[in-house]
Ligand binder design. Structure first.
Ligand code: THU
Length: 141
């Protein structure tokens, strides 16, 4: 099916999940507008709040290599049901989704459903909210 290739990458990335506390493995794969793929897994920490989710790992890897235009992201975990990004990850993904990103939510068997950002984060707070308020938005963005 259409997104099998990206879900496969997320499933592969899940193997690297560092999860000594939750035991819950999550994998993600970002597809950029240039056709590059960046993968990520969750990386936990003894100071629990310092843990990072798989989706943000993948997004940060892409952005830190100059790829800020993300067209799709696949997410998978150990679960039999589809895995959806947490609230913080939804906000981070929204920052780089151009103009609409495809969210491919998968289960551990690679079965998936496709969602849009407006499906999972309606009324998102974005840079346009800052602009409307007359705040300056840096030239870099
Ligand atoms: N987790 C993710 O990696 N992505 C999500 O969207 C949900 C939660 C991770 C964080 C933590 O390592 C584990 O799953 C249990 O919450």
């Amino acid at each position: 099916m259409k997104w099998d290739f990206l879900v496969k990458k997320a499933l592969e990335a899940k193997k690297f999940a560092y999860v000594p506390y939750s035991g819950f493995h999550v994998g993600a794969a970002v597809l950029t507008s240039d056709g590059r793929i960046f993968t990520g897994c969750n990386v936990e920490n003894a100071s629990y709040g310092a843990s990072i989710c798989a989706e943000r790992t993948a997004v940060v890897k892409a952005v830190s290599e100059g790829e800020t235009k993300i067209s799709a992201i696949a997410i998978t975990s150990d679960s039999n049901t589809l895995t959806f990004p947490c609230g913080i990850c939804r906000q981070v993904i929204a920052e780089f989704g151009i103009p609409e990103i495809s969210l491919i939510c998968s289960n551990k068997n690679g079965e998936y459903k496709e969602y849009s950002m407006t499906d999972i984060l309606p009324h998102a707070f974005t840079r346009t909210d800052l602009e409307k308020a007359g705040e300056s938005v840096g030239k870099d963005g």
